[in-house]
Ligand binder design. Structure first.
Ligand code: ADP
Ligand code: DP6
Ligand code: CO
Length: 331
């Protein structure tokens, strides 16, 4: 089955966009990472993953039908050239919703309040917000689970951004991927903090999609990744269940470094770290040795996300001036 066929089943024959629509979706940070696809057309993952959504940080996207032969895509107030990767990826995603009405064109305005394509999961919030807006504009009334499947077709990690709090992306077993989507966990963790430590906000030269494909195709080390991820996922579930912060932090940090090890073992090698990233990692390790309970995770980019609890917040703010802190479950 291809992407268009999956969505076509959910499009009523009469579906025409009645209205413009605007929605927000949060970005999310994976504690157990998604890295590698078993199906690149449908964004079906090799392994299940688990994330926490970033509350107010993410993407706000507005779609409006326009009289035109092609879409207009705007990001952060700037028109994106029609032949840019950004605009073509958005238009290709809208195609899934307008397959019964290919003549329709849209103006899409999206604003990210996180850096774009810098390893802070802009593709996750971007495609989740776009999915919600298109569902609304076309009057589809898809369930959150169906929206999660649809968002996954835009960017895998986006399937987790349909939900707040802790979210597990169940990898599923079906070939059509209808069972591969985010599921919100019931557990909360008041006081859990995520600090965005920005080392470099410029756009990465190898995007997550290309990076994970290169790793899967060229790194022998990648063979061990699914085992690592499965073990980490169940230890994270246990950490969340028992609110064991040392377990949560240590598993998340080891999971991220294991993923980066597979990237470094790719050819040509993939190293998203910069000197500032390494310096920050070493600082975290030093602070931890001194007794501060702080861990980090990192995605496909040079920036770190620090994990700590509210009691450590003043100490972390003093150590890392300018740290942007999110408490997804409140105080
Ligand atoms: P990130 O680490 O930020 O998720 P990726 O390489 O995974 O980086 O994805 C970046 C891509 O995500 C962008 O090039 C663009 O195609 C898409 N993207 C980012 N923000 C948005 C948005 N607000 N709306 C639609 N697509 C977006
Ligand atoms: C390192 O979801 O951005 O952030 O599915 O190709 O769009 P595509 O990739 P994407 O990959 C995210 C990779 C990661 C880990 C994670 O978020 O789980
Ligand atoms: Co991404």
């Amino acid at each position: 089955m291809n992407r268009a066929e999956i969505m076509a089943g959910w499009l009523p024959e009469t579906a025409t966009p009645k209205v413009s629509a605007e929605h927000f979706a949060p970005s999310n940070i994976a504690l157990c990472k998604y890295w590698g696809k078993r199906d690149t057309e449908l964004n079906l993952p090799v392994n299940a993953s688990l994330s926490v959504s970033l509350d107010q940080l993410g993407s706000r996207t507005r779609v409006e039908p326009i009289e035109s032969v092609s879409d207009e895509v705007w990001l952060n107030g700037m028109r994106q050239p029609a032949d840019s990767r950004f605009a073509s990826r958005v238009s290709a995603f809208i195609d899934l919703f307008r397959s019964r009405h290919p003549e329709l064109a849209f103006r899409v305005h999206s604003v990210n309040n996180i850096p774009t394509a810098a390893g802070l999961a802009s593709s996750a919030s971007g495609f989740a917000a776009l999915t919600k807006a298109l569902d609304d504009a076309f009057g589809l009334g898809l369930s959150p689970t169906q929206q999660s499947v649809a968002a996954r077709l835009g960017s895998g990690s986006a399937c987790r951004s349909l939900f707040d709090g802790f979210v597990e992306w169940q990898m599923g077993v079906r070939e059509d991927g209808l069972d591969s989507h985010g599921v919100r966990l019931e557990q909360t963790w008041p006081g859990l903090c995520i600090g965005l430590l920005k080392v470099d906000e410029s756009e990465k030269s190898v995007d997550s999609r290309a990076g994970m494909q290169r790793t899967k195709e060229t790194a022998h080390l990648y063979q061990s990744w699914p085992l690592q991820a499965a073990a980490d996922l169940s230890r994270l579930q246990q950490a969340i269940e028992t609110r064991d912060f040392a377990l949560l932090g240590s598993v998340a940090e080891q999971n991220a470094l294991s993923m980066h090890a597979t990237m470094i073992a790719s050819w040509p090698p993939l190293l998203y770290w910069q000197p500032g990233s390494v310096a920050a990692m070493q600082k975290v390790w030093r602070l931890r040795a001194e007794g501060l309970a702080v861990y980090f995770t990192m995605d496909a980019g040079p920036n770190l996300k620090l994990l700590f609890e509210a009691a450590s917040r003043p100490a972390l703010e003093a150590q890392f001036p300018g740290l942007e802190i999110v408490q997804p479950f409140g105080v």
